[in-house]
Structures are given as structure tokens and as C-alpha cells.
Design a protein around this ligand. Sequence first.
Ligand code: HEM
Length: 494
Amino acid sequence: MFLVIFLTFIVVYLFYQFYWKRRCFPPGPLPLPLIGNLYLMNNDVKPGYALWSNLSKIYGPVYTFWMAHMPMIVITDWKLLKQHVIKDGNTFAGRPSFPISVEIRKGSYRVVESFGDRWVQQRRFALHILRDFGLGKNLMEEKIIGEMISMRDQIRARKNEPIDMMYLFDTAVGSIINVFLFGYRYDETNIEEFQILKERMTKHFKIAAEPIGGIIGMYPWAGKLPFLKKHKQVIVDNWGGLMKMFRKQAEEKMRTIDYDNDEYSDYVEAFLKERKKHEHEPNFGGFEMEQLDSVCFDLWVAGMETTSNTLYWAFLYVMLNPEVREKIYEELDREIGSDRIITTSDKSNLNYINATINESQRMANLLPMNVIHQSTSDTTINGYFIPKGTGIIPQISAVLYDEQIFPNASKFNPDRFLENGQLLKIEELCPFSIGKRQCLGEGLARMELFIFFANLFNQFDISLDSSNPNPSTQKEYGVTVKAPNFKTIMKSRH
Ligand code: HEM
């Protein structure tokens, strides 16, 4: 009798697992119990582009990938992305709530991870402060130029010795976001704080990008299993440590803040003043301290590593393509012709540099897997019915490497963005993603990329260090991909 019940249970379970739960979704690889399709994220397909494009070849431009027990609809075709994620933006503006977030963060705070009214409110607030703080008033540009000058001086002081630019990019870009958040930059007096923050973030995201992180994210109980315990502990410890660091900063600010004055000099101060206005509402009207800690995390991590990594990739690609390097110097000599500081007002005269930055972003293709969205109402994609609340991955990495859109896509070729010397606007170039969730820091990031890139090339004759004349372009796996380390010689040009 027991055997019959057991076998019936197994048959029903297998029927459900392999047929019933999948019947309404677009086709896709076979999900296994508990882990879904996470088993496919193995070393052979890291950092991930090959996985998504291979599946697309088998199942078409819309398919289902099971992230443990959650179905995710992957869209890899630009026309479909435009038709749905851009033109029907509200339907794709949700974010799934991950059980681990609810457990360790006590809710879906942040901007990246929040949804609904909280997301609308917090995204609008962050954008407002970003604009007010500088993107509209040149203040931000001044800060970026200040960091660029500090970097230039540090490079000069090294007197032509080989330099790994990663550290300089990290600290400069980290300082810019830190000034925006907390009002101070990094220098020799507090560089240790920067290093701790960066180390914690790196560890956090290394695990988050692994299948193991996916399993712990979906099933927090799995973190109690002996072989997963230490991995979950890393996530919990890093998150807790980061939140403590951010909270300490906010508390210090609270000691001196003048609530009678509406002006603010950084994001934390602006947030605390807004919080004060909502102090009689439940949960401070969404301006809880947990929300502040979490947004600091979002802006710090989203604002630092992405931009710094892109600059590093841009340097690497240019170094490996001497003809591109020569065209950059030709343009700088023709359009600038001195060691003066290049500002955003020069941007429209430096088409080749703009094209090189575009091509670097395309080739770097920073997020092999885009951040997951969620449908906010029932919808239909390519003939498939997708119910409200389903995970959606607008796979921009597939678009950036799409041969139909960018022929010979693996070749670094800035000229693809130029016609008769004029910069082309190619809408499929979407490294900042698309739709309502498009990157909140795009304006800041674009300004940083242009000012650092254009000025560093204008100031220095940059070449590869002869000890490693052919650095690899193999991408290091993570939520955003990193270039392997390499060194350059930077000689003053003027
Ligand atoms: C080269 C630099 C950058 C790249 C390539 C980049 C790329 C992205 C991508 C692909 C997304 C996911 C959008 C989606 O869900 O579809 C995103 C979201 C986001 N980015 Fe960026 N980003 C960069 C710089 C920045 C900077 C400097 C900041 C902060 C000031 C920032 C803040 C954010 C935030 C807060 C989100 C979440 C938006 C939301 O969920 O509403 N990013 N970014």
C-alpha cells in the first residue's frame, strides 16, 4: 500500500514538474526539482553570454529559464524588447521579491529591488537629488573634473612607471559617488574605508552571481545546510557590515544637521530632511532609515563598479587596437590641440572619442544577465500569454552582441557608430538597459566616462607595458564583468 502511494506521489510530482507547471510558459530547457535551470550556469558558459545565446538558438527569442522554482521569461530580440519593455513600459517595470532579501533586509527596500509605489517614490527622489545636486548645474561636472585632475597628478608623480589603472579608476569614481552620497571624497586619510567597502561589495556580488547564490537567494532555508552555510554567512555578514557602515555615516550627519534650512549638500542630508517632513506618517512615508541604508548601497555599488569597469575595458580595447588609438590622438590634436581640460562642452566636437566610448560599452557588455524585471499585469509576448507577477529578463547583452545589428560583433570597431565623421544614434546600443527601469545613473555615468576618457588620452601618450604586451580580454565572472589586470605606461603629451 505504502509503495503504491509513494509511486503515485512520484508520478504526480514528475508530471507536475516536467509538464504541468511549464505548460503555459514559452518553451525552454528542462527545469530540475529545486534548482530549476540553474544547473546550466556552469563554467563552460561563464560569464553567461553563451548560455543565453545558445538557448535562444534552440528555443527562439523568447524562452523560459527557471531560476530555481521561479520561471523567468528571457527576451533576446531587440524588436520584441522595444515592442514590449519600451513601448509598454509600465507592464515590465516590476521587480520580483527574493526571499533572501525579505529575510536579511526585512523587506524589499532599495531602488533596484523595490517595486510599486515605493519604487516610484524612491526613484523619483534619487533622480531629483541627482539633478538638483549637479547634473543640471555643472556641480557634478566640477567634481568629476576635480577627480580627473587628482588622477592626472598621481599619474604624473609615478614618472612613466607602469600603472594598473584599475585602482585609480575605482578611487576616482568611488569618490564621486561618495561625495554625492555623504559629501566627502577618498584620500590617504580614509582610503581604508574605501577598501573595506569595495571588498565587501566584491564578495557580496561574487556569490550573488553564482548558482549557489541563486539557490540561497530563492531558498533562505538552504543556507542552513552544512555545505551552504558558510556561503550564506558571507552574504549576511557582508550585507550587515555594509548597512552598519552606511548607518554610521547617516547617524553622524544627524548630529549636526540643521532641519530649519532646506538646503542640502549631499544625498543623505536630503533624505534625512525629507524624512523629517514625513515623521508623523506611518513608516516615515517610505523614508525609513532601512530605506536610506539600502539606497546608499544601491548608488554606491551601481555607481562605482559599473563606471570604473567600463573605463578599464575602454583602455584595454584601445590599447589592443593601435589604429583606434592613433585616430583618438589625431582627433585630440585637431580639435583640442593643447593640455587644457576637456569639458562636456567639447563633446560635440569629439565624435571619434564618443564613438570609441560607445563601442567600449558595447564590447564590455557589462551585465551578461540583466537585472530581473517582473510583469505588473497579464500580457502576451510573441504569442505567449505571460501572467502578472512573472519574472522577465530583458537580455540586453544579447542585443549588444547581435550580429544582425552589429555585424562582426566581436571586433572592436568604433567606426560602426560614425557616418561621414558624424556620430550615429543607434538605438540598439543599450548598455544602460531599456524601459522604465533604465539605469538611474546614466547621465552621471556618461559624463564620467567622457571626462575621464577624453582627458586622460589628451594628457597622456598611453601604451601597454612591455612586460605584458598582449593582455587577455577574457571576462571575469560577476554581476558585472571585469577585465583581467594589465598595466600601461602613461607619458605626458604636452
Ligand atoms: C557605465 C556605467 C553604468 C552602467 C553600464 C549601468 C547599467 C545599468 C543597468 C543595465 C541597469 C539595470 C536596468 C534594468 O533593470 O533593466 C542599471 C540600473 C540601475 N543603475 Fe546603473 N549603470 C551604470 C552606472 C550607474 C551609476 C553611476 C549609478 C548611480 C548614480 C547607477 C544607478 C543605478 C540604479 C539605482 C539602477 C536601478 C534602477 C531601477 O531599478 O529603477 N548606475 N544600471
